[in-house]
Design a binder for this molecule. Structure first.
Ligand code: PMV
Length: 330
């Protein structure tokens, strides 16, 4: 007799890196070239239900209610192969995923997506794992997903093996009331996704210098966060983002993620900080949208200045968020 399907639903938040992960030492295992540091985003999340079903002949995927039959399904099915090997099962799965933010815009949908998938897929099977084991598992789907497992402010040590490369929280979400105001410069799907981008990182002459200096930057950013020192934090976060984009722009082929409006916002943000004493700085991932990280007390001022700069601009806003968790069955 066929086993009854086993299902569970999990939620994971997106995260924004203050010290970026770019480039892998091992592409298959997604062992990163450098350690990275991020903050989970409370208001940007993915909710995923996984149902392991012995009757299915292949994995299926629905994203925001639409059936996916393209690269997204291939990537999820490849990841489910990893889980099948790890959990020693043969069944296929029905995966249904809902994002409350747009995908493919440089807002890390893959981080929350693979974190939620790792948690839901293992919970459905009744498998209990430590946070560290789940972070390692999520990393195999998307590197930055490792950082969406623990809560709040998170550090992902690069490690030197599969078992030693995982993320851990170093401060809870309430530690510092930072807000990420995301200026949506474009909703278009990005031309080169981060998985392909990581593979080009080593072709830039700047990558070794960025990687070599990453640990020192990470220590300083972490210390600025622990002391809630916005001035020091802001300079380092902007420098780290610029370094990653310098690598991207000088890779072969070059990757230019910034749009003219991205640069206009970056310039404005610096002057709001320098000239007007607003506690705000910028950081950009593999896309043109600008994450304006600010003190909660300056968030309204930053949002209204962004709207004044570009009238039609969509804005999303989030404070620091929790780690990934299983939702109660209804
Ligand atoms: O997890 P991936 O493979 O989507 O890589 C994320 C890379 C960046 O978002 C550009 C930087 C980061 O550390 O989140």
């Amino acid at each position: 007799m066929a086993e009854a399907p086993q299902s569970a639903t999990a939620r994971a938040h997106s995260n924004i890196a203050f010290v970026k992960y770019w480039g892998n030492r091992d592409q298959r295992l997604r062992l990163p070239a450098n350690s990275s540091l991020s903050m989970n985003l409370a208001d940007l999340h993915t909710t995923t239900t996984v149902e392991w079903d012995g009757e299915l002949k292949a994995d299926t995927l629905a994203i925001n209610g639409s059936i996916a039959a393209d690269r997204a399904l291939k990537r999820v099915a490849d990841y489910l192969d990893v889980l099948r090997a790890r959990f020693k099962i043969r069944r296929f799965a029905r995966v249904s995923s809902m994002n409350n933010f747009p995908m493919g815009t440089g807002i890390a949908s893959s981080a929350s997506a693979f974190a939620a998938l790792a948690v839901a897929a293992s919970a459905a099977l009744g498998i209990r794992m430590s946070e560290r084991e789940v972070s390692i598992l999520a990393r195999m789907g998307s590197g930055s997903a490792a950082r969406s497992i623990p809560a709040g402010f998170v550090e992902w040590r690069a490690g030197d093996s599969h078992e030693s490369s995982f993320a851990q929280s170093f401060a809870p979400p309430q530690h510092w009331n930072l807000v990420d105001i995301i200026a949506i410069v474009s909703r278009e799907h990005k031309r080169t996704g981060s998985s392909a981008g990581h593979e080009t990182a080593d072709s830039s002459v700047f990558q070794p210098a960025r990687v070599k200096s990453a640990d020192e930057r990470l220590r300083s950013v972490k210390s600025a966060i622990m002391r809630r020192d916005f001035e020091q934090f802001a300079d380092l976060v902007e420098e780290d983002s610029n370094l990653m984009h310098a690598v991207m722009m000088t890779s072969k082929p070059p990757l230019f993620y910034w749009e003219p409006l991205s640069l206009a916002i970056m310039t404005a943000v610096r002057s709001w900080r320098r000239r007007d004493n607003l506690q705000v700085c910028y950081t950009l991932d593999a896309g043109p949208n600008v994450h304006c990280i600010c003190a909660a007390s300056d968030a309204d001022a930053v949002a209204s200045r962004l709207r004044a700069l570009a009238g039609e601009l969509d804005i999303m806003r989030s404070s620091a968020g929790d780690g990934a968790y299983v939702l109660p069955a209804d």
